[in-house]
Design a protein around this ligand. Structure first.
Ligand code: SAH
Length: 348
């Protein structure tokens, strides 16, 4: 029976106001409760002290607040924090706080497990259990904002959807969470500080462009020929580079927002000059920059990090062709919090 109760945070403000009117109260009561749920982050109805006891009991009879719980927090020697987040149905996802001298970035999950099958990624080994709800995504951000204030004395400054899951395969919920994060009734953050990272789902990239969400886009490219990309990211067979290219051109024509390509160089996979030249050519299609990411080995993984000469070769070729490139060192490796390492392993 208890599952019959509805998650109150699945309701929009308008729906909540209507609920109160239908129950003989004022629509204003809906706004008050909405504020408790979102701006004040209430975990229980009892906390809503300006709502009468009778109304709180009535709410508890009809609804639940499915709040996430940070089950375990691990801190890396470099300051990175990883949260193991328990969901109401006992599943777990992970989110990460990455501090630098000038910013705090939250890396959040969008699915439990992942729908895709990237061969080098630890999350891909977990099958996709379910999509996260908007409030579960929002709660991860709030938890990291609180930790940022507590441990670093400043609010969260940036958000990247680079945790578990493929955000564009949980599009509606991710966008609802973004709406909440950016609205004044939520965290009031600027959309420009939010990056959605995708393995490259062409149709959804176009939809994102049409929806004018004002967020930044990153694409996990890792190879710029279909031959190599299909080997390491098998879904490339379904969404080949030509389709991705077309979607990215569409994105740029609509948004004028530069794309970030994430790219790992592996030994004997994509470490030749030919591979690097293919990337240079791909980068000419749409204004972009490249993040060369350090590979974080995963257990029993077949992939090995390329030599530093290979990474240097990439960097030089890109720079010589006028493409901005950054070499990214990993953070939080000692607690399995780095890119591609999120797989619900805990310290114990
Ligand atoms: N599905 C989305 C969001 C996940 S982001 C996407 O693919 O973009 C996770 C990022 O970490 C991606 O860029 C992914 O390619 C990268 N990654 C995955 N496994 C990794 C590993 N073992 N080492 C370093 N980066 C990895």
């Amino acid at each position: 029976m208890k599952n019959k109760k509805k998650d109150i945070r699945a309701l929009t403000k308008k729906q909540l106001q209507e609920f109160f009117v239908e129950n003989g109260d004022k629509s204003f009561r809906g706004s008050q409760v909405y504020e408790w749920l979102w701006s004040k982050g209430a975990h229980t109805f009892e906390e809503m002290t300006n709502i009468s006891k009778q109304t709180r009991t009535m709410l508890a009879e009809n609804f639940v607040i499915n709040h996430i719980r940070v089950d375990q927090m691990q801190r890396s020697s470099d300051g990175t924090i990883k949260n193991a987040v328990k969901l109401h149905d006992n599943l777990t996802v992970e989110s990460v706080l990455i501090p630098t001298p000038t910013r705090t970035t939250a890396c959040v999950s969008s699915q439990v497990g992942c729908s895709l099958d990237c061969q080098f990624c630890a999350t891909a080994r977990l099958k996709r259990m379910r999509n996260l709800n908007p409030d579960e995504i929002y709660d991860q951000v709030v938890a990291i904002d609180n930790e940022s204030r507590l441990y670093f004395d400043r609010p969260l400054s940036n958000i990247v959807f680079m945790g578990m899951g493929e955000p564009l395969m949980n599009y509606n919920n991710v966008m609802k969470a973004v709406e909440k994060i950016t609205s004044d009734e939520g965290l009031g953050m600027s959309a420009k500080r939010i990056t959605i990272s995708t393995s490259g789902v062409p149709k959804m990239i176009k939809k994102l462009a049409d929806d004018e969400a004002k967020i930044k886009l990153a694409v996990s490219l890792h190879a710029a020929t279909d031959e190599v990309r299909t080997k390491i990211m098998p879904f490339n067979e379904t969404f080949p580079l030509e389709d991705l290219r077309e979607a990215l051109e569409y994105w740029y024509s609509k948004t004028k927002s530069r794309i970030t390509y994430e790219y790992i160089v592996w030994k004997d996979v994509n470490d030749t000059r030919k591979d690097a030249m293919a990337l240079v050519r791909f980068c000419k299609y749409v204004p972009c920059k490249v993040n060369l990411i350090e590979y974080n080995p995963i257990d029993d993984g077949d992939f090995q990090r390329a030599s530093s000469q290979a990474t240097d070769m990439y960097q030089q070729l890109l720079e010589r062709n006028g493409i901005t490139v950054t070499v990214r060192r990993s953070r939080g490796k000692d607690i399995d919090a780095a890119c591609g390492q999120l797989a619900n392993k805990s310290a114990s």
